[in-house]
Design a protein around this ligand. Structure first.
Ligand code: NAD
Length: 376
């Protein structure tokens, strides 16, 4: 099977879909790997290193797409990339097909088979292929590092001859994959951490990381597949009332709350942020999904006129491109192993739960029922 890795073209995207270590293992399994020249540079992976691992380096983008039987990417393809994809080739990429059905329609029109990397089912078996989890882990860590950098205070408690420094107070909103990693990272840096999630089932996980769970007496909002449901108006009001007190006394608030297929919920309205101390920081991981903070400016970090710094930077995983790529690459390897037979031939078996969840287009049609519904 010819596996192709193009250079990512979205500005600021420094990750690559396969790193040298994975290339070596895939070539060892008799696959051919072709990498566009320079594709790994943003992740500190040179053409020489990829070549030494067994990849062929292809200088021409058109030639790379023309060779690909399976093309592995990170960012959803743009129009020009869709046009380059060969009919009957397979694309594995982030695609957000429920939010962006037009891409699914365009790929179907081109007879490209799409396996959406963001549609891996959240099951134990699929965990090794789950790029949402691997990249959210990185984002959670990075958010805390950004908060510590923007905060004009220390995170840990220090008892020194020059006085005692109290630990920073960090509040994490949303305790999914990114939130739990943010809690763990803030704890490692010595902060006192509180966390809140609408799914009460995470209380135990939050506490096991040494943080305090903020209890709010509203309905549990655990939805299907472990995801959250949207709250009702009365619950939202009650939540805001309690959160306001915790936000006001926090030095840093990291927000990670998301609801699949919806705009991220606003947990920090402007008046709540105004009650934070001057010098405090908000890092909004959900910035690109609409933001959990009303004052977030997507892609920006700025200080408000009342002294709170708000970080709404895009694509936090790309800032740690080496490890983000290594984890994405390992997810891709596991996925390829799952969808190829013992002779290394691609077999997309739709009775398999993972394939069924990820397979969006095939044979010129949008075949995923939920995507087909929105793509009409
Ligand atoms: P996500 O990115 O969709 O959302 C992040 C968190 O925000 C979630 O915990 C959610 O409950 C929370 N949230 C939503 N609305 C909120 C609100 N109004 N206030 C506060 N918090 C709010 O979630 P995720 O990190 O992708 O994880 C979703 C679920 O999937 C979790 O249960 C996780 O354990 C599970 N999961 C399972 C696997 C697996 O088994 N393979 C892998 C990854 C995640």
């Amino acid at each position: 099977m010819i596996i192709a890795i193009p250079r990512e073209t979205v500005p600021g995207e420094r990750r690559v879909a396969l790193v040298a270590e994975s290339v070596k293992r895939l070539v060892g399994r008799k696959h051919e790997v072709v990498v566009e020249s320079g594709a790994g540079l943003g992740a500190e992976c040179s053409d020489e290193e990829l070549h030494a691992a067994g990849a062929r380096i292809e200088p021409s983008t058109d030639a790379l797409y023309a060779k690909a039987e399976v093309l592995l990417k990170i960012q959803p393809p743009d129009d020009a990339e869709v046009e380059r994809l060969k009919p009957d080739s397979v694309l594995v990429s982030l695609a957000y097909p429920l939010a962006n059905p037009a891409l699914a329609r365009a790929l179907a029109k081109r007879r490209v088979t799409l396996l959406a990397a963001d549609m891996v089912p959240r099951t134990t078996l699929a965990q090794m292929m789950d790029v949402l989890s691997s990249q959210a882990t990185i984002a959670g860590y990075r958010a805390v590092v950004l908060a510590s950098e923007a905060l004009p205070r220390l995170f840990p408690m220090l008892m020194t001859a020059a006085g005692t420094i109290p630990p920073a107070k960090v509040l994490v909103l949303g305790a999914g994959v990114a939130g739990l990693q943010a809690i763990a990272t803030a704890r490692r840096l010595g902060a006192v951490v509180e966390a809140y999630d609408v799914r009460k089932v995470v209380k135990e996980q939050v506490e096991s990381l040494g943080a305090r769970f903020v209890n709010i007496d509203i309905e549990d909002a655990a939805g299907s597949g472990g995801y959250a449901k949207e709250l009702g108006e009365e619950a939202k009001r009650k939540q805001a009332e309690v959160l306001a007190q915790h936000v006001a006394k926090s030095d840093a608030v990291i927000t990670t709350a998301q609801i699949p297929g919806r705009r991220a919920p606003v947990l920090l309205p402007a008046d709540m942020v105004r009650r934070m101390k001057s010098g405090s920081v908000v890092v909004d991981i959900a910035a690109e999904q609409g933001g959990n903070c009303e004052l977030t400016r997507v892609g920006e970090r700025y200080r408000t006129d009342f002294g709170v710094t708000i970080v709404g930077e895009r694509n936090l995983p790309a800032q740690l491109s080496v490890h983000a790529s290594a984890m994405y690459s390992r997810n891709m390897e596991k996925l390829l192993a799952h969808v190829t037979d013992k002779d290394n031939v691609l077999k997309l078996d739709v009775s398999d739960e993972i394939v069924k969840g990820m397979l969006i287009t095939r044979g010129g049609e949008v075949v995923h029922p939920a995507v087909a519904d929105v793509a009409m």
